[in-house]
Write a protein that binds this ligand. Structure first.
Ligand code: SF4
Length: 63
């Protein structure tokens, strides 16, 4: 599994951080997403996909 984030789309809503704080954080200056794990363990697959689905800006891709 690979997670990608598009900083230019991110609007800083923080849904991803709420969904899985092991995978995502927010930049302290502008609130945009910070990807903590590009290739997380399989145990994070469900929450990674959930975060991608919840992101209002469609800035997260899980492949
Ligand atoms: S949920 Fe989407 S828009 Fe919100 S902070 Fe995360 S990546 Fe950015």
């Amino acid at each position: 599994m690979k997670i990608s984030v598009d900083q230019s789309k991110c609007c800083g809503s923080g849904m991803c951080v709420l969904t899985d704080p092991d995978l995502f954080d927010q930049n302290e200056e502008d609130g945009t997403v910070v990807l903590l794990q590009e290739h997380p363990d399989a145990e994070h697959e469900a929450t990674a996909k959930e975060a991608a689905g919840l992101c209002p800006a469609a800035a997260i891709t899980v492949s």
